[in-house]
Design a protein around this ligand. Structure first.
Ligand SMILES: Nc1ncnc2c1ncn2[C@@H]1O[C@H](COP(=O)(O)OP(=O)(O)OP(=O)(O)O)[C@@H](O)[C@H]1O
Length: 255
């Protein structure tokens, strides 16, 4: 069974049909891309998958069960995490606190345990600290654990955002333009990191990206969206050579 099945998903804003009859399937361990021109509807798809927008029609199944109508935090608890096009860290908190907050959203001892400092709270806190440091090591941010998030260089803020999404222990990770604003070396490092976390954490990843070197270098299948509709699905080579995609998005120089 597909991990994620999107069936005939549509959303309208007033008279504008931003996404129209979208069908998409992701299987465990897929590393897929969602590309298309500005305004094609890519972020709107992520917003529907994560419960930010309620689709006008259609269904989204996670493990065969509909998640339409659930709140974003409920969808996150079911295993979908995301990052945002414009970074949304807690900029006045430290690097490690940004991760701890995400771990807390899945902690077992609950609010009462935290307020009353029940025994489970202290062991839980220790575990969260250790697991946060472990994630920071993976994302090569452990030496910055005590810095305020806002003081990190841009590329590191992007990595921290992915680490924070990972702290909610997703099975499906949605990355919205993870390479935006990165230099070529940072983009290359990010590609390696994305591949590595997919394998290491047994993840499924769907990413939106305009940087074609990243999309073509890392994605195994690619969906192309234009005016809210899927116009192509294929491997990087198939997409690069697809006439409709070249006309709508890539341009002749890509072929
Ligand atoms: N809340 C909203 N209200 C009205 N229109 C919206 C809303 N959200 C998105 N849209 C419209 O839906 C369309 C798709 O926008 P979306 O941001 O999903 O595109 P995108 O493919 O992610 O673009 P980009 O690559 O520039 O980020 C656009 O015309 C946008 O203006």
């Amino acid at each position: 069974m597909a991990l994620l099945s999107v069936n005939n998903l549509s959303i309208s804003f007033g008279g504008l049909k931003a996404v129209s009859d979208l069908n998409l399937e992701l299987y465990k361990n897929d590393l897929a891309g969602l590309i298309g021109p500005n305004g094609a509807g890519k972020t709107t798809v992520f917003n529907m998958l994560t419960g930010v927008y309620l689709p006008t029609s259609g269904d989204i199944l996670l493990d065969g069960k509909s998640i339409v109508g659930l709140k974003p935090y409920q969808i996150n608890q079911r295993g979908i995490a995301r990052t945002f096009q414009n970074i949304r860290l807690f900029s006045d908190l430290t690097v490690i606190d940004n991760l701890k907050i995400a771990f807390h959203s899945h902690s077992k001892y609950g609010l009462l345990g935290a307020i009353c400092r029940l025994p489970g709270f202290y062991s839980g806190e220790r575990e969260i600290h250790e697991r946060s440091m472990e994630l920071l090591r993976i994302f090569n941010l452990d030496h910055k654990w005590d810095e305020l998030a806002k003081n990190l260089p841009y590329g590191e803020q992007r990595r921290l955002e992915i680490a924070r999404a990972m702290a909610t222990q997703p099975r499906l990770l949605l990355l919205d333009e993870p390479a935006a604003g990165m230099n070529p070396q940072e983009t290359q490092d990010l590609m390696n990191l994305i591949r590595w976390i997919r394998n290491e954490f047994d993840l499924t990843i769907l990413l939106i990206e305009h940087d074609m070197s990243l999309v073509m270098g890392v994605c195994e299948k690619i969906y192309v969206l234009d005016y809210g509709q899927i116009i192509a699905l294929g491997t990087p080579d198939e997409i690069k050579n697809n006439r409709r995609v070249i006309e709508a998005y890539l341009g002749e120089e890509a072929s």
